[in-house]
Design a protein around this ligand. Structure first.
Ligand code: ATP
Ligand code: MG
Length: 497
């Protein structure tokens, strides 16, 4: 045997040895408390790697230190003890995905929690993955109707957009999200509702609403409850996004709701303290920013070459006393393409949905708004701002000129027509017709307290005998269609007077 051959042989052995040792690297749990395992001996472990523990448990590596790895145990950690064997898997944390998850309620590991049996999956997706690059995306150009008049008229959302819903507690944030899901019926949009750190009773109510409205069969609910510890809450949004990515990559449009990211940030804080990361304020805001931007960048509209498909993301943030300048709100505001800002004051005054029109924007959805609504709502946002200013001012004025009076009366009616009850989204054509009526003086003669009644009757009238007109309005907008709508409005006026 020549020396050359020996060397070659040895080299090969060494190469193979490394390949094998990589996967079978085994370590030992040296410390376990509060669901955090400190493991020694996993020298090559990487960030977010899944680690196998005895009894079928697993953990994810979140802290890579010089002589140990800090890992969060997923689920129950009661039977894990010091000295237990811990094995690397070489895989980042992933979860099963597929179309059979539609209509189901799952935990962030993809396991069903609705008692309806096992779910057959179509493969596994990593929870974390890099977002699409610039070239692989296209601009938002198709509307995602929320069914809520004030949003579709003034803060329109497009497929692939990220729009923040922000407000104090009990201002109707979840309601807007659920109504948007309900309104996707028959629109070919798959919905994922991620509930983070919420009470079980609350989520049960949300699921019941979705079921009652027939929205559950195109929806996946990912639930990590307040009682299940911070690890699952932390993972929930990533799990939901992986679910949505499965559909996006099949060329479908998906809508994902993160309810809410404030609780997600809190669960991350809990985890980092348990992992003994520095608790100083200087590390945490940066971490959270990175956490949320990494997540929201995965919302996208894929290019035609990639077969289209999109993820529209509606993250929710809960503010304290309306303070949107705290760092978590400002972070998410800067990451998203706009925000819907809800206010307690408005809510209590009966303006519901309690949207502050002045502070709410949609930076990209305008180009995706349906044509008729664009025309009907045109400068509504401006008019409304003008009205609100005039209104505040006019409280001190005793006599007003006719023009001011008219602006005020019109404004009052527009405010009134934008009110909408929960769980009753309205189809696009009907919304555009109502907004058109309000902005073109068809409501000027209606008493303020009769406007809700007018709207109900008008909706019945249109749905009952003007299906053709609504279809036209939904498709496009030109003089002819405007004439059709005007005729319908006149006809309704005749009947109704
Ligand atoms: P939380 O901070 O507790 O999560 P939230 O901001 O998500 O609250 P919701 O749970 O959506 O708020 O709504 C709070 C209450 O207000 C609910 O009882 C809901 O029915 C009511 N509500 C929400 N939107 C409207 C609306 N448009 N019209 C009337 N009532 C509404
Ligand atoms: Mg809520």
């Amino acid at each position: 045997m020549s020396a050359q051959f020996l060397i070659k042989n040895l080299k090969e052995k060494i190469m193979n040895f490394e390949a094998v040792s990589d996967v079978t690297e085994v370590g030992q749990v040296v410390d376990i408390r509060d669901g955090i395992a400190r493991i020694s001996g996993l020298k090559n472990c990487f960030m977010s790697e899944m680690i196998e523990l005895p009894g079928g448990s697993s953990a994810i590596a979140l802290n890579l230190e010089a002589d140990s790895v800090g890992a969060v145990v997923l689920g129950d950690f009661g039977n894990i003890k010091e000295g237990d064997v811990a094995k690397r898997t070489g895989k980042v944390l992933s979860l099963p995905v597929g179309k059979n998850f539609l209509g189901r309620v799952i935990d962030p590991l993809g396991l069903p929690i609705d008692g309806k049996g096992a779910i057959k999956n179509d493969g596994e997706y990593p929870m974390e993955r890099p977002a699409l690059g610039v070239i692989d995306r296209q601009t938002v150009n198709q509307s995602l109707q929320t069914g809520i008049k004030s949003i579709d008229a003034m803060i329109p959302i497009g497929r692939g957009q990220r729009e923040l819903i922000i407000g104090d507690r009990q201002t109707g944030k979840t309601t807007i999200a659920l109504d948007t899901i309900i309104n996707q019926k028959g629109q070919g949009v798959v919905c994922v509702y991620v509930a983070i750190g919420q009470k079980k009773s609350k989520i049960a109510r949300a699921i019941k609403t979705l079921e009652d409205k027939g929205a559950m069969n195109y929806t996946i609910v990912v639930f990590a409850g307040a009682s299940e510890g911070p690890a699952l809450s932390f993972l929930a949004p990533y799990a939901g996004t992986a679910m949505a990515e499965y559909f996006m990559e099949k060329g479908k449009d998906a809508l994902i709701i993160y309810d809410d990211l404030s609780k997600h940030a809190a669960s991350y804080r809990e985890l980092s303290l348990l992992l003994r990361r520095p608790s100083g304020r200087e590390a945490y805001p940066g971490d959270v920013f990175y956490l949320h931007s990494r997540l929201l960048e995965r919302g996208a509209r894929r290019s035609k070459e990639l077969g289209g498909g999109s993820i529209t993301a509606l993250p929710i943030i809960e503010t304290q006393a309306g303070d949107i300048s705290a760092y978590i709100p400002t972070n998410v505001i800067s990451i998203t393409d706009g925000q819907i800002f809800l206010e307690t004051d408005l809510f209590n005054k009966g303006v519901r949905p309690a949207i502050n029109v002045g502070l709410s924007v949609s930076r990209v959805g305008g180009s995706a708004q349906i044509k008729s609504m664009k025309k009907a709502a045109g400068k509504m946002k401006l008019d409304l701002a003008q009205y609100l200013e005039l209104e505040a001012f006019s409280q001190f004025a005793s006599d007003m000129d006719a023009e001011t009076k008219k602006t005020l009366e019109r404004g009052k009616r527009i405010m009134e027509i934008l009110k909408q009850g929960p769980n009753s989204p309205i189809r696009a054509g009907l919304q555009a017709a109502i907004i058109y009526a309000a902005n073109n003086g068809y409501l000027d003669a209606v008493e303020i307290d009769k406007i809700a009644e007018w709207e109900e009757k008008f909706k019945d009238f249109m749905a009952g005998s003007k299906e053709e007109v609504l279809k036209e309005v939904e498709k496009s907008w030109d003089e002819q269609i405007e004439k059709l709508l005007k005729d319908a409005l006149e006809e309704f006026k005749q009947i109704n007077s």
